[in-house]
Design a protein around this ligand. Structure first.
Ligand code: SF4
Length: 736
């Protein structure tokens, strides 16, 4: 069988019929047409972060041998960060999942063939549903797979398998931005284009460190010819704060008060765009009254920066002609994150800094396809940013897909944390995790692991069998990765970019698209999943799903057009100009609420759920460590070069004064303790972390043993950055 499959793979030229290959076994084991690229250069958008850089992959003798960043691409203009340069090397890791693995009666994972894996998948999940109800099986998806794959997964799971609850790991990074935009603008719509980095005369970064988190976006900032003010609001003196013209070191999670204070100062001084407010927004009067109490003295006391600095910040915004506001997970990962993001949006609206070059309230996304997940994963939104609870929306999708509307759940899915809590409470008994590693990354991971052990059946679908999550699985499905499949991603500025297959998946690993189709057959719902034979077919369906929506892309003909145009930003309707490489939203001041106006959103400041105290006197901050590390290091940990560029062991950054008080020396191993647990870490003593705070990178599995399980009430995004901690030296530990 393997020989036959290999033969099929190497003969693949896109002309095999699906039926021929699917007849190879009972479940259809063949690969779908994978258009392996000819010798020469193949372009593919990078599969790590949401910047969406294009990479030229050089193919010789049928093998991808090297890559260089694409010069003629409007995103990265010839640049790439270390992760992009090393994108090919991680495909050949020795811990790639090359065959399905099934946990045996002795408790170990053992190789099985695909028919056994697929049969087990269907039988075990169906048995769970029969015992406990259809909604007792859930899935957790990802921002790492293509739009075509996540759309097929959403259709298979929700309309084929009868699953009600599914969410994605974009809940961990982007849910706040999505929620904030929806409430403020009427649709999840980041308004900017990367040219805005170069066209601003004032850039305000809130909880964002693009120098290491999005290095190529930072390159675009450095290309700005306007000698701009670069303002950073961040508790730490990050790499970006060091490079900025102004750094406001706000106390952790006091940013909402600061933003309200700045708004109040702008209003009091009449430094607002009354005409824009009048013509394009709602609720400004109520917002003005709300922020009145955020006086300079009060805000200064809360935020730890002087009244003069706050006034100066407002004056800088007022004096600048083109102010762009940028935020990232420093805002999104908070217990009042949605209102904080909306406080940024409010500043842009009230000063008229939106819809013009160099302006905007701009959320930078995280993963390569976080934006795609927000629109097309069919998890907490119905396809195309629709609502499951809206009968008209369900009818539209049913018509496009040619299925009965009764197959579409009429209720909203639980969010990620609610699914995990559902496992804890025994409501969810079966879970399918695709291309994400929450065993490392989920907040308070000890609780997560406890929950996973309560499941009757856990399936993990991943490139690697070695992830913390795969190690907990009952069944591991081996998946292809970036470079081994084709499809599209959507980057931070709403640009669809193309990825191409430049290598074969190892062993019996398959693309996620293929796996979903095979599962559709094993489940018996191939009437839905067999409609698409290749990713580009699904792209045509995605276009239909987008028709008439704010994210309409019906003007994009096919993959060839995406390639020709250097990616295309949504919306792109048939009448739009394909030669325009940069496009921003709201140039006409029209928003997506039914009255065409943006909404000022605001609320009272919430108390910190775990303030510092005598026992835990320090605030534990978490975030990205270096530009060579990506999230849980599932992939970047496999590159020798990337590993040489970052510390191999977990470390904690400590302010010199705190280190002196605790007699901690540089490099000394210390214990970091929170109410959830304690871990050993190497002490890095540096003044970039302020006294009373410590910082640990998110890339090491120890970090989330410490974090507090709390969430923004609107976006349900975890608050990774605000729990109370203490440090212990070895001597203290012995004495305690
Ligand atoms: Fe890839 Fe992001 Fe690096 Fe660009 S900045 S090369 S998209 S990881």
């Amino acid at each position: 069988m393997l020989e036959r499959l290999k033969k099929l793979i190497y003969q693949t030229d896109g002309k095999f019929t699906e039926e021929l290959r699917l007849e190879e076994s009972g479940f259809g084991l063949g690969h779908l047409p994978r258009r392996l690229r000819p010798d020469g250069v193949t372009r593919a958008v990078c599969g790590y972060c949401s910047t969406g850089c294009s990479l030229d992959v050089h193919i010789k003798d049928g093998k991808a041998c090297n890559l260089t960043p694409t010069h003629a691409y409007p995103v990265n203009v010839g640049e790439a960060c270390p992760k992009g340069w090393e994108a090919l090397s991680v495909l050949n890791a020795t811990d790639r999942a090359t065959t399905p693995l099934l946990r045996g009666s002795d408790g170990t994972l053992k190789p099985v063939d695909w028919p056994v894996a697929l049969k087990t998948f269907a039988e075990r999940f169906k048995a769970v549903q029969q015992r406990h109800g259809a909604d007792s099986v859930a899935y957790l998806s990802t921002g790492q797979i293509t739009n075509e794959e996540m759309t097929l997964l959403g259709i298979l799971a929700k309309f084929g398998m009868g699953i009600v609850h599914g969410d994605g790991n974009t809940r961990q990074c982007m849910a706040t931005a999505a929620t904030a935009y929806k409430q403020s603008f009427g649709f999840d719509a980041p308004p900017f284009t990367y040219a805005d980095f170069e066209e601003s005369d004032c850039l305000v970064f809130v909880g964002a460190n693009p120098c290491i988190a999005h290095p190529i976006m930072w390159q675009r900032v450095l290309m700005n010819q306007n000698n701009p003010e670069i303002i950073v609001l961040d508790p730490r003196k990050t790499e970006t704060a060091i490079a900025a013209t102004q750094h406001y070191a706000v106390r952790p999670k006091s940013d909402l008060s600061l933003l309200y204070g700045v708004a109040n100062f702008l209003i009091k001084n009449e430094w607002i765009d009354e005409d824009y407010i009048e013509r394009h927004t709602n609720s400004f009067e109520a917002f003005s009254r709300h922020v009145e109490e955020f006086t300079l003295d009060r805000v200064s006391a809360v935020c730890g920066i002087s009244e003069t600095q706050i006034a100066e910040l407002a004056a800088l915004i007022h004096r600048s002609q083109r102010v762009s506001f940028w935020w990232m997970v420093g805002v999104n990962q908070g217990y009042e994150a949605t209102r904080t993001a909306q406080a940024i949006i409010n500043l842009a609206l009230m000063t008229g800094n939106i819809g013009r070059p160099g302006t905007g309230a701009n959320s930078i996304t995280g993963q390569c396809n976080a934006m795609g997940s927000r629109l097309y994963s069919n998890t907490t939104n119905l396809l195309g940013g629709r609502m499951f609870t809206d009968a008209e929306h369900r009818g539209e999708i049913a018509e496009i897909l040619g299925i009965g509307a009764e197959r579409i759940p009429a209720e909203d899915s639980w969010a990620y944390d609610q699914i995990i809590e559902g496992v804890h409470e025994g409501k969810i008994k079966g879970l399918w995790i695709v291309a994400t590693n929450p065993g490392h990354s989920w907040i308070n991971r000890t609780f997560f692991e406890e929950c996973m052990r309560k499941l009757e059946f856990l399936v993990v679908q991943d490139m690697y069998h070695s992830t913390e999550t795969a190690q907990l699985a009952d069944l591991v499905l081996p998946a292809a990765g970036w470079g081994e499949k084709e499809g599209t991603f959507i980057n931070s500025e709403r640009r669809f970019g193309l990825i191409r297959a430049v290598a074969e998946p190892p062993g019996e690993a398959k693309t996620d698209f293929e796996i979903f189709k095979l599962i559709g057959r094993a489940w018996g719902c191939q009437d839905i999943t067999d409609r698409w034979s290749a990713p580009e077919d699904m792209f045509q369906t995605i276009k239909e799903v987008s028709r008439g929506r704010p994210c309409d892309i019906t003007g994009i003909a096919d993959y060839a057009m995406l390639e020709r145009c250097g990616g295309i930003q949504w919306p792109f309707r048939p009448e739009d100009d394909e030669t325009a490489t940069e496009r921003r939203l709201f140039e006409d001041g029209e928003y997506y609420h039914s009255d065409g106006r943006a909404q000022f959103m605001f609320e009272a400041v919430a108390p910190n759920p775990e303030p510092t105290c005598r026992q835990y006197p320090l605030v534990l901050l978490t975030g990205r460590g270096t530009s060579s590390q990506w999230h849980t290091q599932t992939r970047t940990g496999k590159s020798k070069i990337l590993q040489k560029m970052c510390p191999q062991e977990v470390y904690v950054e400590i302010n010199p004064r705190d280190a002196r008080d605790l007699s901690i020396r540089p490099g000394q191993q210390v214990r970091v303790v929170t109410r959830r647990g304690s871990v050993k870490a190497n002490a890095v003593i540096k003044p970039s972390v302020f006294s009373g705070q410590i910082f640990m990178p998110m890339h090491y599995p120890e970090t989330n043993l410490l974090t507090l399980k709390c969430f923004d009430p609107y976006s349900r995004q975890p608050s990774y950055k605000s729990c109370a901690a203490k440090l212990m030296t070895v001597q203290t530990e012995k004495a305690t």
